[in-house]
Design a protein around this ligand. Structure first.
Ligand code: GLA
Length: 409
């Protein structure tokens, strides 16, 4: 009996998605939208679980995007529908938006004007409300930031309507508002990597994001030129306790920083790591804190080294750093899971230069850096390994570094 080949999740053509969405908007709301905007999901090459402790990360925008057709209103009401949510229209007066309200996916839409106002932005497009129709093409629930893509598509639309310059500074402001919406309105206490990637990435590169000062350096990522491809594997593993575990990891590093007397773990020099670990080892829960800090400090260092290699045209040498990142996330930070480990081990066994889990962990996606001509082979091997262990079939995509949030129509 032959098993079906690996399933690839391809990105949609932007113009061909935006035009019908504008038509659907007219059907849903009876008028034309002001425009259609979209924002990408992201995959992080390296620098995991360090964006809430002043660390460095190196994400890129995926070609998979979430589209929003939008038209401003003047009565302070947000109405939103999604082609992926058959439940119909969600209607929220802006006056009722705040911590934990609205609940569900509408938080990622209505939270954005709320957060922009909180952060001092002004304009009728923020106070007057809007009608929106969403069409999401970032794989949902796969750790590739479909929620950030939704926030950022709304943010870039509103940013343009209030005539914010959409240079990197303007985009940094939008990204921090989107993070605020996620933290407060949606109630997920995440760092700012996902929103920065979705808004601040350029086609053809990753960003070296410094979460200590919010600066971004564009890093060219010509994998195809190096004969390589970045294979993303959505393990489709459920991660039911992920929210709580994420919060616990954050609390661990915050406590460790406090014990070490530093603002965040970025301030721990890799050369001084052993001394810091020795100091933490004397605490009652020191054994856990030692491992958390060792992950954060070594991971930040790996990001620096990866960026150096990419900036000097040596993309084919980053594999061991990806491998070390995964091992550290699995053993010291304890955010991996069986499906992620299986993906990484199988990809490595089939010739990947390096592989690691990516994103928050406990399920979601892994990446493998592979020779371009071996993408199908590695994907096939991972799919076969999952089938052999009785796991649900994973899904695949290749990550081509794509443009950040922008207007489509
Ligand atoms: C999630 C969060 C990010 C980041 C990653 C881990 O994706 O949203 O802020 O913390 O996990 O690197």
């Amino acid at each position: 009996m032959s098993t079906p080949g690996p399933e690839f999740f391809h990105a949609t053509d932007r113009a061909q998605t935006a035009r019908p969405l504008a038509q659907e908007f007219r059907t849903a709301y009876g008028t034309d939208p002001e425009g259609v905007w979209s924002a990408p999901g992201r995959v992080n090459l390296i620098g995991e679980h360090v964006d809430y402790t002043g660390g460095l990360c190196l994400p890129l925008a995926l070609p998979h995007r979430t589209f929003v057709a939008l038209r401003p209103r003047t009565d302070g009401v947000v109405r939103v529908r999604s082609l992926q949510e058959p439940s119909g229209v969600v209607e929220v007066p802006l006056a009722e938006v705040g911590a934990g309200s609205p609940q569900g996916w509408a938080a990622y839409v209505a939270g954005v004007p709320w957060a922009l106002l909180q952060n001092g932005f002004e304009g009728l497009a923020l106070t007057g409300g809007f009608d929106a129709l969403v069409d999401g093409h970032v794989p949902y629930g796969s750790g590739l930031s479909s929620s950030a893509a939704l926030e950022c598509a709304v943010a870039v639309a509103l940013g343009e309507l209030v005539e914010l310059p959409l240079d990197d500074t303007g985009r940094a402001g939008l990204a921090s508002a989107c993070q605020l919406a996620e933290n407060v309105v949606a109630g997920a206490n995440t760092g700012g990597m996902d929103q920065a990637a979705s808004l601040r990435c350029h086609e053809g590169g990753a960003i070296l994001l410094d979460t200590d000062d919010d600066s971004v350096t564009q890093v060219a990522l010509d994998l195809a030129g190096a004969g390589l491809a970045l294979l993303v594997v959505d393990t489709r593993a459920e991660h039911s306790h992920a929210g709580g575990e994420y919060g616990k990891r954050r609390a661990d590093v915050e406590r460790a920083a406090e014990l070490l007397g530093v603002a965040n773990l970025r301030a721990v020099d890799p050369a001084a790591l052993d001394a810091a670990l020795e100091r933490l080892g004397t605490e009652p829960d020191g054994e856990v804190l030692v491992r958390r800090v060792r992950h954060a400090v070594t991971e930040i260092d790996r990001v620096r080294r990866t960026a150096d290699l990419l900036q000097t045209g040596r993309a084919d040498e980053v594999g061991p750093l990806l491998d070390a990142s995964h091992d550290s996330l699995r053993d010291d930070y304890e955010v991996s899971c069986r499906e992620l480990d299986l993906t990484v081990d199988t990809a490595r066994a089939h010739g990947a230069l390096g592989a690691r889990m990516t994103g928050g962990g406990f399920g979601g996606s892994a990446i493998a850096l592979v020779a371009a001509e071996r993408v199908e082979e590695v994907a096939g091997a991972v799919a076969a390994a999952f089938a052999e262990q009785g796991l649900a079939a994973p899904r695949f995509l290749t990550a081509l570094p794509s443009e950040g949030a922008a207007r489509d129509l």
